[in-house]
Design a protein around this ligand. Structure first.
Ligand code: 5GP
Ligand code: ZN
Length: 177
């Protein structure tokens, strides 16, 4: 089940004290954020435009039962993890296409880049930062590396849990195949 979590730390004029919300002023103000459809995109937005501080409401997305990468996040399928943050994880691709081939994913399930970008731009930025950190740790940042989000079947996406491919350690061709 998804949750609504208010991050305003109790400074909202609505008077709540932050934390997990199942009802109350914040839930009302952000409107209905579905917790029934686990494939739904999360919400992360300022909902109190006139307030002096930021008020962000975020829906925590439940794992999708038949999603390979949700299973890797949960530890149900093993993967060689190379980096992890509270909301992202990076692990080596099982079929590497370059000397370094790491996948960086949000722990929450979003099917593709479009859904992540439109729902939680902060989380997308965290994925990008972790991609850079992985490149640094793998020693490919200085020489150059490629970050790829295959988006949609036509582009070659086969796992519909958004992921950034971080590829490096060899010279990359352009245009891509
Ligand atoms: P896509 O084709 O969706 O852009 O990328 C999916 C990637 O996931 C592929 O590069 C594929 O090799 C990788 N992959 C598929 N199954 C597994 C797995 O079980 N473990 C790991 N670590 N990578 C996987
Ligand atoms: Zn997933």
């Amino acid at each position: 089940m998804s949750r609504l979590v208010c991050l305003c730390l109790g400074v909202a004029p609505g008077g709540h004290t932050g934390g997990e919300l199942s009802a109350g002023p914040c839930t009302t103000k952000v409107g209905a954020t579905s917790s029934q459809d686990t494939t739904i995109s999360a919400v992360s937005r300022s909902w109190w435009p006139n307030a002096e501080s930021h008020h962000t409401v975020r829906a925590t997305i439940a794992p999708v039962a038949d999603c390979l990468f949700c299973k890797i996040v949960a530890g149900d399928i093993p993967a060689e993890r190379v980096a992890e943050s509270s909301r992202t994880v990076a692990f080596r691709d099982i079929n590497p296409q370059a000397p370094t081939h790491v996948l960086v994913i949000p722990k929450d399930h979003y099917p593709d880049l479009a859904s992540l970008a439109s729902s939680d731009a902060d989380l997308l930025a965290e994925v990008a930062v972790q991609a850079q950190q992985v490149a640094e740790a793998e020693g490919i940042a200085a020489g150059g590396y490629r970050v790829v989000f295959n988006t949609g079947a036509e582009a070659g996406q086969t796992v519909f849990h958004v992921h950034a491919h971080v590829l490096g350690g060899r010279r990359m061709a352009w245009p891509p195949g």
